[in-house]
Ligand binder design. Structure first.
Ligand SMILES: C[S@@+](CC[C@H](N)C(=O)[O-])C[C@H]1O[C@@H](n2cnc3c(N)ncnc32)[C@H](O)[C@@H]1O
Length: 201
């Protein structure tokens, strides 16, 4: 995500804005949890939280400047059903209990096109195994990208770890789009897959 370094953003400010980064389990309210990893500036998750007050949303983002933008939106919109985590996806289970999240959004994750970098992709099997630990039995993963090769590879990664429910190669516009989705739509179709977690695999 292209985001200028914001000189005034540091861990103290982020703490005061209620962003979590202590790698301790979060005491979530007793509501369904929908998680987004790599939330960018938070347009999607803040709109979703505003539209679905009975669901508790969690945004996880590794870039502190981008995280600040999510916290800024959360405050401006007065959202009390959104938690923000500043950390790397590989640490997600430190914050969420076992079998807790009912939905996981991976939207326009970095495609890492070079083969030697594929294992950094947030849909790579090692990540899918990690996600399984924090997701409920019937949980769904939603993945969107404009990157055809990344999408095809992700379909294969999913096959081994989840049951595909829906695959579309030309997702219609919706009111819930990320910043990247709005931008990438100008260049071509958006692909989306929805998969149900397979705890038996
Ligand atoms: C290409 S941007 C897309 C942002 C947003 N989802 C959108 O569609 O506008 C990818 C985002 O994922 C974040 N990210 C990349 N790797 C991550 C990781 N391992 N853990 C958490 N966030 C990550 C980046 O900091 C960046 O904000």
């Amino acid at each position: 995500m292209r985001q200028k370094k914001l000189k005034f953003v540091d861990l103290n400010l982020i703490d005061r804005m209620g962003v979590t980064h202590d790698q301790m389990p979060i005491d979530f309210p007793d509501r369904p949890i929908h998680l987004e990893i790599g939330s960018g500036k938070g347009q999607f998750i803040t709109k979703m939280a505003a539209a679905h007050p009975k669901i508790h949303f969690v945004a996880m983002e590794v870039n502190i400047n981008v995280c600040y933008r999510i916290a800024e939106k959360k405050a401006a919109m007065g959202l009390d059903n959104l938690s923000i985590i500043l950390d790397d996806a590989s640490n997600v289970s430190l914050y969420l209990g076992k079998r807790r999240a009912q939905r996981l959004y991976l939207l326009f994750s970095d495609p890492w096109p070079k083969k030697r970098h594929h294992k950094r992709r947030l849909t790579y099997p090692t990540y899918l195994t990690l996600y399984k630990g924090i997701m409920t039995d019937d949980a769904q993963m939603v993945f969107r990208t404009d990157h055809a090769a990344f999408f095809e590879d992700s379909l294969l990664y999913m096959h081994a770890n989840a049951r595909l429910i829906d695959v579309t190669y030309d997702l219609p516009r919706s009111e819930f789009m990320t910043e990247y989705e709005e931008k990438k739509r100008q260049n071509g179709p958006i692909h989306q897959l929805i998969a149900e977690v397979n705890h038996d695999a």
